[in-house]
Design a protein around this ligand. Sequence first.
Ligand code: FA5
Length: 354
Amino acid sequence: MKDQLEALRLQIAKDIGSAETLEVLDELEIKYLGRKGELTAILKGLATVSAEDRPVLGALANEVKQAGMDLLERRRNELSSSKFAALADTERADMTEPGKRPVEGHLHLVTQTIREITDIFEKIGFYRTRYPEIDWDWYAFESLNMPPDHPARDDWETFFMDAVSSDAKKQGRMVLTPHTSNGQAHELERHEFPVRMLGIGKCYRRQSDATHAPMFHQFEGLYVDEGVNLSHLRGILDYFAEQFFGKGRVSRIRPHHFRFTEPSFEVDISCGICGATGVVNGQKCKICKQGWLEIGGAGMVHPNVLMASGVDPKKYSGLAFGWGIERVAMMKEGTQLDDIRILYQNDVRFLKQF
Ligand code: FA5
């Protein structure tokens, strides 16, 4: 039995030494040292040996088992580390290699313009407001001195929908607002002065061509306090022209008619390409054709508008202006778009230029 054990020790050492994979080692462990393995089979013979030899042979069997376990562990460690060493060669990752950047988007030109305009007006004390884009007839028209059936509404009437409210100002129908001027009555009825509102929102009209979109944005300025006059309006317009369009750009006002301002004006900005001359290298300026670009309407708030919101026109006066965000973005040097609708076609090749 002693010889059998010694022979087994040598066999185990030989087989483990030549095993090339972890799986073979697992098999050898079962074959030699497992519950039904060769060592157990030899130990069954212990019952037949003399009581004197039994402890000696038992100790030897334990020694063979322990030696086998030690060899198995050592060989397993060797094989595992060489396996990872091989992996390190075949699957090497260079951590210093530049990664692949995901495609990054950016803010839409209209959003960028809204932020820029907001910054410019906040510097002179205006605060941003946002009033409903679907609003009651009162706010969109009547409070602005346009009673039902007045012809001044014609160009501005869009989609109306029936609605119900118990509020006296919220009667009749609701409308997709054609301008941000509906914000004027909302702001005035708060009766907190001075009012220095910059309302920015979406507007809707029955128009679609190179300079008109059916959905566009306006920014509406409303400044109401004691003693507000036309020179404040001129100052604000010139301030905006220079801040937004660049040094040397100025504004010009021309008489116009709006029901909610008196006097009313159209506002033009001097063209940055021809320097307000209308001529470039002896040719008519392609951008403005006559030196000036029209950007929107403005005027002194009509007393009826103040009264409609319970504001005393003898005490307070105000100025208001409403311009298109897309239009001013289009007129900025470096943009110069020849069709407003491209802004909403979601063509990434166009959008990523800004
Ligand atoms: C108005 O909407 C007045 N509520 C503006 C106003 C406010 C006047 C306060 C006085 C006091 P108008 O319809 O002209 O006015 O539009 C103003 C500007 O909005 C236009 O000059 C243009 O810049 C822009 N705009 C108008 N219609 C469109 C459209 N369909 N697409 C893109 N921009 C437009």
